[in-house]
Design a protein around this ligand. Sequence first.
Ligand code: ZN
Length: 291
Amino acid sequence: MKDYIIRGMDKKGNFRLFVASSTNLVEKARRIHNTSPTSTAALGRALTAAAMMGVAMKGEKDSLTFKIKGDGPIGNIVTVANSKGEVKGYVDYPYADMPSRSDGKLDVGAVVGKNGKLAVIRDLGLKEPYSGQSKLVSGEIAEDLVHYFYLSEQQPSAINLGVLVDKDISVKAAGGYILQLLPNVEEESIDKIEEILKKAKPISTLIDEGLTPEEIMEELFGQFEMEILDKIYIEYKCSCHREKIEGILLSLGKKDINDIIEEDGQAEIVCHFCNKKYQFTKDDLLKLINY
Ligand code: ZN
């Protein structure tokens, strides 16, 4: 099954909902970055959240960067998504791992760290990108994002993100949902939602049981009259290309490029997101600075 997100809402306008299945894209991220199980879960949760926030944007060229920097061994987690369902990401230390928690779950909170912050930067094609940030609460990512949405965007929400890693360390199931309360939500609906979420199985379990996003919406929120507004396929995709890398090299400045030419006689730039290697010979570098 391909990965996709459905966007829906209840017909009475109480809440908006995004449900994502992201098993393939998280597995692709794992293979690219060779992440340990706990790092796979951390990066996978962030990628899934970024994909949902990405498709929530309207403009064709809009993009979003979602960064997490805790004091755990994984270092920075950086993810970038756009409104077309393309997402990519990396972590500083993909081999960082942690013993599982006493309940058998991967200890994402420990690998990310509780102390730190997260930032969301939306580039909507305006002069200045819109950005907000908040402190981490637990390093578990979903909880941290709920806190962020509430403080930074005044948006009450409920979020569940999950990655199930198989015995052979490949990704068995991944997915997530973001529920956002709308301004006119009824008090009794809030109670109902809380009740539902308290009893709900983790999203990774539902995906692992073979449920589609539509079925998950029905399983969780069937007592509301739900309407699906959109279905968007999502994938792990890096759009790096040689000209873009040349631009990054040029931004170092002529002097630094000259230093590279004198010291190394060549340069190799590796894309953080897809690990593609770009080679620049001495001639390439000379052409760049003399252009
Ligand atoms: Zn790339």
